[in-house]
Design a binder for this molecule. Sequence first.
Ligand code: URA
Length: 437
Amino acid sequence: MRAVNAISIIQKKRDRNELTREEMSFFLKGYVAGDISQHQAAALVTSIFLNGLTDRELTDWTRAMIDTGTRLSFHELPQAKIDKHSTGGVGDKVSIPLAPAVAACGVAVPMISGRGLGHTGGTLDKLESIPGFRVRLSEAELHRCLDRTNVAFGAQTDDLVPADKKLYALRDAIGMVESVPLIASSIMSKKLAEGIEGLVLDVKFGSGAFKPDVEEGAELAKKMIALGRGMDVDVVAYQTAMDRPLGRAVGHALEIVESVECLAGGGPHDLRELVLLFGGEMLRMARVAPSVEDGKRRIADALDSGRALRVFQKVIEEQGGDPSIVLRRDKLPRASGVEPLKAWDEGVLDYVDVRAIGLAASELGGGRRDINDVIDPAVGLVLRAERGERVKRGQTLVEVHHTDGKGLAECEKLLRKGLVIGPEVAPSPLVLGRIES
Ligand code: URA
């Protein structure tokens, strides 16, 4: 038998052969320990990107990723632990109103989230625009937050799937993000290490999604569901629209303002619809509600009664932030200028490139090119017209919130690339469907 070593593993996958569980475990542990180089990891990731993984390999790869770190466990909490994860999009702030609303209904939400990268914003970056808010929580702090508020918004700790931390940065640097097995294992390894009993997945489709194609999105959803079920976690996926940004605000502090509006029973209709749907599903999974419909009613009540907003205030306080931002928007970072982008024609507004809209917000200083870049939490976009709306020439389409004009010209170029004013738009539902196996 040939001795297991990094080169033979790379060659095996390069030549489209199946890897064993031992080989994957050897490779990932060696990579995390620094015994396997970035070059070798890049070669294996590229081979997986090009040649894929069988279902058996995907399960073993995901388990091997989890085993490079330690798993969280919240077994001391009697209530169900349920989470939600999105494959990422532009203006996607759903987690921020969702977690407190679900928590207000008696379910614990240990939400380990990510940073923004590329054209997408990250939940953690948005929360950090609240003065003082800390997301780098130790395991003990995660337990304390969950115990006191039913919510913890935390960053991936150093011990939680360290293989993914390294691999994700590597994939980003070598252009190997958009692969079904690599995305599925990356997302599910982190979620399955979280100690949850149920997970709702929001799999985006459309030009602002990492996997724009509906069929490929469904394939990704099915792989993630199978990985969850294989490890006794109930997983349901929804395919939802990212052929337009979600809500009106794109930018960190601006999205916190919109999240607070939603938590207070208002906010944009599409944001509220997804919060009700995912919240209803999470309550059904937790057996707090007998059906998704009943769960949606309970979430609506938590939002409209102010209970969800009060939980959010407690969460902010527990995580070191200033809860008065809920009433005092002026305490959030504010851009130094606001510039309107006006309609250059008359007709019906549509989005042809949502990725460009996300990149437009990035250009203002709101995004990262590299994981170590510092972002400007005040800048961003407020969309003043919706997809499908009839607009007049000269009407404001987008408010551009900028800091001293930084990135304005490039931002405007990208907005004009992403938006189109035409005769009509094709119908496209916000929620395409539910996938459960
Ligand atoms: N989000 C993740 O956590 N991993 C991916 O690979 C893509 C999106």
